[in-house]
Design a protein around this ligand. Structure first.
Ligand code: BES
Ligand code: ZN
Length: 389
């Protein structure tokens, strides 16, 4: 009898120690089918096009390498801290396509939107991209990664210097040194709208502190677009009814780490985030006949339709939907935590800037002119002003 218990104890100890060295990941089915051998264990879920698996720590790099070679992406899977978190993430990623509660997507602030849109200036966006891409890299563990994010905090603080209703927070993460920067303009209500993008950059297969990674398009362009939106709102003395938050996330390039932590915190604290807009890569106008591509997976259908209507009404530009095919940027962190998020992107997936994640991702990919981001700044402004009612 006792012998049986000892054996049982030994087996469960071995399984437990094994589990300590395994990582819980979520990914898409197409990936899983080709690389079954890298998964130690696959969990049964009701979701048919995504899955949760255990991957040994030493196989994580192999999986990443495979995705790079065969699927031309770096991530393609998300590492989670716990099984519970993974389940919640996968569930929300699929059901998050529709809203849980009513959000007013009507368009009725025409006069106000039309006074703000002409204020957007290419020159400012150009300057911010130039500044951010002058750092050797903005890697989440590098000194220049920390400094560049601190520069964003300083620059944003300068912009809001005369506003008593606004503040800039340097949000420190426990597990890595690059902070996330959060600018808040307080409204009358605690309903919140978030516009974000990642501040970090990366180059080379496995990144690294020493690689040169200007990341002009990916994603100095998104941060520069957001910065110009803030500048225009402040110069026009916009007083929001809802609370507006602008975020420069850290550590996106290594698995959406910064945004995942923040979206999870907002979920835990039951923050009333009624809309999230992600700006990641706005510089390269790669699709001849299209201006703005709305990413349709890991995003909210209703909010996406609203963005399409805003483009038609205020920008008179061409737009279409395309898929990323996986949780390719920080919008997925918000979707995974049950918030409505959208991701307007620079080009069709097939026409995107191929120089990202190399030392050649500079302003030269757009011949030194930041006119494509101007469209995204205008879209973000019309989104904010119309949703803020
Ligand atoms: N800017 C890219 C995301 C992107 C790439 C969007 C291609 C649309 C098309 C982002 O910074 C990135 O590189 N994401 C990783 C995944 C992430 C989970 C590490 C990627 O796409 O490999
Ligand atoms: Zn990237």
């Amino acid at each position: 009898m006792l012998g049986k218990q000892i054996i049982y104890f030994l087996i469960s100890s071995i399984l437990f120690i094994g589990a300590l060295h395994a990582k819980i990941v979520t990914t898409d089915n197409d990936v899983a089918h080709q690389k079954m051998d890298l998964f130690d264990f696959i969990y049964k879920t009701e979701i048919t096009d995504g899955l949760i698996a255990e991957v040994a720590e030493e196989n994580i790099l192999k999986l990443s390498h495979h995705l790079h070679e065969e699927h031309h992406r770096c991530g393609g899977f998300i590492v989670h801290d716990t099984l519970e978190e993974a389940k919640e993430f996968l569930k929300n990623s699929r059901s998050g396509e529709l809203n849980k509660y009513f959000i007013d997507y009507s368009i009725s602030n025409e006069d106000e939107v039309n006074t703000y849109l002409p204020m957007v200036a290419e020159k400012n966006i150009n300057e911010t991209i130039t500044k951010l891409s002058s750092y050797h890299n903005r890697y989440y563990k590098a000194q220049t990664g920390i400094q560049s994010s601190e520069w964003i905090a300083d620059h944003w603080s300068d912009i809001i210097a005369n506003r008593e209703d606004a503040s800039v927070e340097i949000y420190r993460h426990e597990r890595w040194p690059q902070p996330t920067i959060i600018l808040t303009i307080n409204g009358e209500s605690d309903e919140t709208i978030v516009i974000g993008g990642h501040a970090d950059s990366i180059a080379g297969y496995f990144g690294g502190e020493h690689n040169k990674a200007p990341g002009a398009d990916d994603n100095a362009s998104g941060i520069a677009t957001i910065t110009e939106v803030i500048r225009v709102l402040v110069d026009g003395n916009f007083k929001p009814k809802k609370t507006l938050k602008f975020m420069a996330y850290s550590a996106e390039e290594v698995g959406l780490l910064g945004s995942k932590e923040i979206a999870r915190l907002y979920n835990q604290n039951q923050e009333k985030v009624i809309g999230v807009l992600q700006l990641d890569m706005t510089l390269y106008h790669g699709s001849r006949n299209q201006d703005i591509i709305l990413i349709s997976d890991y995003t909210n259908q209703e909010q996406n339709a609203f963005l399409g209507n805003l483009i038609d009404k205020y920008l008179q530009l061409s737009w279409m939907y395309d898929r990323c095919g996986y949780a390719c940027s920080d919008h997925a962190s918000w979707t995974g935590n049950g918030f409505p998020a959208s991701f307007p992107f620079e080009a069709k997936k097939n026409d995107m800037n191929r120089k990202i994640h190399t030392s050649n991702d500079t302003l030269e990919v757009a011949r030194g002119v930041a006119d494509h981001p101007v469209k995204f700044a205008k879209l973000a402004l019309s989104y904010l002003i119309e949703l803020d009612r």
